[in-house]
Design a protein around this ligand. Structure first.
Ligand SMILES: [Zn+2]
Ligand SMILES: [Zn+2]
Ligand SMILES: [Zn+2]
Length: 181
C-alpha cells in the first residue's frame, strides 16, 4: 500500500477526500463560502444555483449536467436542460465548482475564493474526485509552453487512477483470483 499522508480534517486537504471524514463540514464550509462570495460580488445565489451547489456537495464526485437536471426537475425547478446548464455555468464562472472535462461533469470546489490551480485526481473505481495543489505542475506546463512560444489559454490537469480504498479492493480481488479453485 502506498504511504498516505494523514488527513488533517481540513476540507482543503485533498487527503481527506479519499478517507472517511466529516463531510457535512466540507459541504457547510463550501456553501457558506459561496454565500459570502456571492454577496461580496453583488451576485445572487438564487434557489436553483444554491440547490445545484448543494447537489454537487453531497459527495466528492463529479456529476453530469443531466444527473443534476434530473435532481432539479424532481424537485420542481424545471425540466429544461438550460435550467441545469445556467446554474452550473454560474457556479463554474464564480469558482464554486469545476468542470471535469475528462468526465464531462462537474464537481464542487472546496477552496472557492482562494486562488488555486488544482490538479484533479479522479478515481475510476468510485468516481471520487479530489483537488490536489497543482501550482508546481501548472508552473512547469507554462514554462514548457513558453519555451516553444505557446500561450496557454486554459489547462485542465486531470489524472485518472485508483483511490486508496479502490486500490485495496483491487488488491483483495486479485488475491482471490490467485487462490486455487
Ligand atoms: Zn468532504
Ligand atoms: Zn477548486
Ligand atoms: Zn475509489
Amino acid at each position: 500500500m502506498p504511504k498516505i499522508p494523514a488527513p488533517s480534517g481540513d476540507p482543503a486537504d485533498p487527503g481527506i477526500v479519499f478517507h472517511r471524514h466529516d463531510h457535512a463540514h466540507c459541504a457547510e464550509d463550501a456553501l457558506s463560502r459561496a454565500e459570502t462570495l456571492s454577496d461580496q460580488r453583488g451576485l445572487r445565489l438564487t434557489p436553483v444555483r444554491r440547490r445545484t451547489l448543494e447537489i454537487l456537495l453531497e459527495e466528492h464526485r463529479a456529476l453530469g449536467a443531466y444527473e443534476v437536471l434530473d435532481r432539479l426537475a424532481a424537485e420542481g425547478f424545471g425540466k429544461q436542460p438550460p435550467v441545469a446548464y445556467r446554474a452550473l455555468d454560474f457556479l463554474v464562472d464564480q469558482g464554486f465548482a469545476h468542470r471535469i472535462r475528462r468526465l464531462n461533469a462537474f464537481t464542487a470546489c472546496v477552496h472557492s475564493g482562494e486562488p488555486h490551480s488544482p490538479v484533479f485526481l479522479i478515481c475510476s473505481g468510485c468516481n471520487t474526485v479530489a483537488e490536489a495543489p497543482g501550482a508546481e505542475v501548472h508552473g512547469a506546463l507554462v514554462g514548457a509552453a513558453q519555451e516553444v512560444g505557446f500561450a496557454i489559454r486554459r489547462a485542465n490537469i486531470e489524472a485518472v487512477g485508483l483511490c486508496p480504498a479502490c486500490q485495496a479492493d483491487e488488491g483483495a480481488a486479485s488475491a482471490d483470483e490467485t487462490t486455487p479453485a
